[in-house]
Design a protein around this ligand. Structure first.
Ligand code: RM4
Ligand code: MN
Ligand code: MN
Length: 398
């Protein structure tokens, strides 16, 4: 590498200063698989406890100032719950992040929400999205992240094209209600819970719907929502090129939408994604990318896993930031494949942990947030406070 050591340290601290990541309220609540749920004594049962846990993660890492909220789980009374959430924001020093409408739990959504063949149910779903937009406005949060479970399980049982039309219309209406600073993020997922067709199955469909909705709509890439072997960084490069990249739901996967800890299975994948983003920024593209975590930890301790995730995200983001882009561009142009790949791989293998630790210490944060969490007794304390309530069976992330 051409960079001097001091240039690298300078680049590193600038990159880390620029990086923040949003954590999800549902990552602190009890969850499970469809086969069983293993309650954790320390899991958050209330919105207040979710804010408290988010504040703890932010105290330890310093880079998670916002908490993503799911409307049905976190604001069950809609707009009426906004004052309480605002109080919690003040109390815990954490802001509300993206607002996630919840269009998949209610019984009426059995055959879909915004794509349901029943006009009445489509209207109910639409009303929920519009409420979510109003909640976003009232909380001063920017992004409304839309994920639909809509789809069908058996060929021939639904009109795929009619459902596209309903969706286009619903997203246009949603867009019409956005405040000028708000964005509509359209998430895609190839399958599950629907197993024949999913109404927004991939980035092409999300791109089309975002464009149709209007200029404040963007695509949301959940790293777990791709088929095995799909080249996610290429999708990211396309979305950067077309100006449609709105943000990420980060997690890792081995098989499907596993919601595993970021980088636990394939850290190189996340590095390659960050590389595309840093490269686009270096090329002068305007970027406005929301980094968010979408994970729910079933076996690991929830707060510990969230801290570990944030640390992994910082490390991979930094590794990719330190690629010598000028040199890489030269090697790409001369098609010096092995040297280009070695430069790229070298950046991935660089141990950046001492740099992140130094950055944390310079910012008054614990150098090793996981160790600090183990030592500060927070998890034991909340386990004791919440334990008895958590022995009851749970049915969702709420
Ligand atoms: C979905 C999707 C959404 C998340 C829900 C709970 O698979 O990833 O973003 O809100 O799960
Ligand atoms: Mn997601
Ligand atoms: Mn998912």
């Amino acid at each position: 590498m051409k960079y001097s050591e001091s240039a690298i340290l300078d680049l590193a601290s600038k990159a880390l200063d620029a990086f923040q990541i949003e954590i999800p309220s549902w990552g602190f609540a009890n969850t499970g698989t469809r086969f069983g749920k293993f309650s954790q004594a320390a899991a958050a049962c209330t919105i207040e406890e979710k804010f408290a846990d988010a504040a703890e993660v932010n105290r330890l890492t310093g880079v998670t100032p916002t908490l993503a909220l799911h409307v049905l789980w976190d604001l069950p009374n809609g707009l009426k719950d906004v004052p309480e959430v605002k109080d919690l924001e003040r109390q815990f020093g954490i802001r509300s992040g993206s607002i996630n409408p919840n269009l998949f739990q209610d019984a009426q959504y059995k055959y879909g929400s915004l794509c349901n063949p029943s006009a009445e149910i489509r209207e109910q779903a639409m009303a929920h999205v519009l409420d979510s937009i109003e909640i976003g406005k009232a909380l001063g949060s920017r992004d409304v992240s839309l994920w639909l479970a809509d789809g069908s399980n058996y060929p021939g049982t639904q009109s795929i094209r009619k459902r596209i039309e309903w969706l286009e219309e619903a997203l246009r209406t949603s867009h019409d209600h956005l405040a000028p600073n708000q964005r509509l993020l359209v998430e895609y997922k190839p399958f599950e819970p629907a197993f024949y067709h999913t109404d927004i199955a991939d980035w092409g469909m999300s791109s089309h719907l975002s464009r149709t909705a209007g200029p404040q709509a963007r695509v949301l890439v959940d790293t777990g929502h791709h088929y095995n072997a799909q080249n996610i960084e290429q999708i990211v490069a396309w979305l950067l090129h077309t100006g449609l990249l709105g943000g990420f739901h980060f997690n890792d996967r081995r098989y499907a939408d596993d919601d595993l800890t970021l980088g636990s299975i394939d850290p190189y994948q996340i590095f390659r994604i960050f590389h595309e983003i840093h490269a686009a920024a270096a090329d002068g593209l305007t970027l406005d990318v929301a980094y968010m975590v979408d994970q729910s930890h079933n076996l690991k301790g929830k707060i510990e896993a969230m801290v570990q995730t944030v640390m992994a995200a910082q490390e991979l983001y930094l590794k990719a930031a330190l690629i010598d882009r000028e040199q890489l561009a030269e090697l790409q142009t001369s098609c010096d494949l092995v040297a280009a790949e070695e430069l790229f791989r070298g950046a991935f293998w660089r141990d950046v942990r001492p740099m992140v630790q130094a950055w944390r210490e310079a910012h008054g944060l614990p150098g090793d947030p996981l160790k600090a969490l183990r030592e500060n007794g927070y998890v034991e304390r909340i386990a004791e406070e919440r334990g008895s309530r958590n022995s009851a069976a749970v049915s969702s992330y709420a």
